[in-house]
Design a protein around this ligand. Structure first.
Ligand code: ATP
Ligand code: MG
Ligand code: ZN
Length: 363
């Protein structure tokens, strides 16, 4: 049976698990490779956090011995709980270089692609997910990062849940499904229904941890699903990351197109190339009489792309199956190139041309 107790330090490098009764359950060593004990223990060496005895009986009690963030957090809860500089409470945390003048690339990631829309609910997350799957099925190694900290969608869309494990380096190991590596705030919040209440600095730092403290496994492209708008998250990413390009998702509705212009000028300010526009919900084909209805207007996105001199990467119809497959956590692109998935493969092919440097337009 699993048991809880309190960690105490009983000598240099040694720890024990005490039960409420005061009995000692098991002994462990502080891992010498994990640095000085004071990194994990108060100088007085007294009371630590709660841990299950089955875990405490491991010979090493160091961050590297905790397989998930919850185990690590519960262990360190009264020692090094999450802080302003480490809101996710990661072990072995070294603050990222936050010099906003310097854009960084991510190790083991060749290209970063942003999927954005300034208007909410136009289909960024659905496009990001299906695009990631299509890119992967075109032969690339793909990651998908959910940068929507307050409204993460990727866990549901990719049918993934549970907690990321922690690597030897104290970084988050992506969860994988359909051949795509993913990371999302949705995996890190204990209860899906509890809102995250970070603001300002905490939000910035959490985002930086999602950007810089994930151990991607050799990606050709990391697709980042952005939250809507031109707020802090977009600007931070634009200023801190070396991004290969961005695509902007919109409907042809005037209201959405106005926001597209805002998005374009934001990316221009942070010098991110725009690979092109994607039109979502372009047409609805009535399943009964097959007549076509352009619910959000016709050709608005295409005309805007032509006017601005940027690529029109493709369109996706409004279709009930796209929506229901998303809800099932089985994105439509998994059904292959022949059915409704083909729209996403077309966009993916356009994106790969840009990634190869064949689609750039000098502006
Ligand atoms: N082509 C489509 N056909 C039918 N439904 C779609 C299509 N694209 C997206 N949807 C549905 O529209 C809703 C919004 O899509 P999604 O969550 O991808 O938008 P978003 O831009 O990421 O939203 P947010 O701004 O909240 O992050 C979802 O219910 C999704 O399933
Ligand atoms: Mg979204
Ligand atoms: Zn009809």
């Amino acid at each position: 049976m699993l048991n809880t107790g309190t960690i105490v330090r009983i000598g240099k490098g040694s720890v024990a698990l005490l039960h409420g009764s005061g009995s000692v359950a098991s002994l462990g060593q502080i891992c010498p490779s994990a640095g000085s004990p004071s990194q994990f223990w108060s100088p007085a060496g007294s009371i630590g956090g709660q841990i299950r005895s089955s875990e405490a009986s491991q010979s090493h009690l160091c961050p590297n011995s905790f397989r998930t963030l919850t185990q690590y957090r519960s262990f360190t809860s009264s020692i090094t709980s999450s802080s302003h500089s480490n809101p996710l409470g990661l072990p072995n945390f070294k603050p990222a270089n936050t010099n906003l003048g310097v854009k960084r690339s991510l190790s083991r990631v060749k290209h970063i692609l942003l999927v954005s829309s300034c208007k909410g609910g136009v289909g960024k997350s659905t496009v990001s997910t299906n695009l990631a799957i299509a890119l992967r099925n075109l032969g690339l190694s793909v990651g998908l990062l959910d940068a929507d900290i307050f409204g993460p969608s990727i866990p549901k869309l990719m049918n993934l849940h549970g907690e990321p494990r922690i690597s030897q380096q104290g970084k988050l190991i992506p969860l994988q499904n359909y051949g795509v590596q993913t990371m999302s705030m949705g995996y890190l919040i204990p209860n899906e229904d509890s809102p995250i209440v970070w603001r300002g600095l905490m939000l910035q730092k959490a985002l930086q941890q999602l950007l810089f403290d994930v151990e991607w496994n050799d990606l050709d492209v990391l697709v980042i699903d952005l939250p809507p708008g031109t707020g802090d998250v977009q600007i931070t990413i634009g200023q801190m990351l070396k991004v290969s390009g961005a695509i902007i998702v919109s409907t042809s509705q005037d209201l959405a197109l106005i926001d597209v212009k805002k998005g374009i000028s934001m990316f221009e300010k942070v010098k991110i190339p725009i690979y092109g526009l994607v039109e979502n919900m372009s047409v609805f084909v009535c399943p009964n009489c097959h007549h076509e209805e352009h619910l959000f207007g016709k050709d608005g996105v295409l005309k805007e792309a032509e006017r601005l001199g940027i690529d029109y990467l493709g369109s996706i119809p409004l279709n009930r199956e796209i929506c229901s497959k998303s809800d099932e956590g089985f994105p439509i692109a998994l059904s292959g190139k022949d059915g409704l998935g083909r729209y996403y493969y077309e966009i993916a092919e356009g994106v790969t041309r840009h990634l190869r440097g064949e689609g750039e337009r000098e502006k």
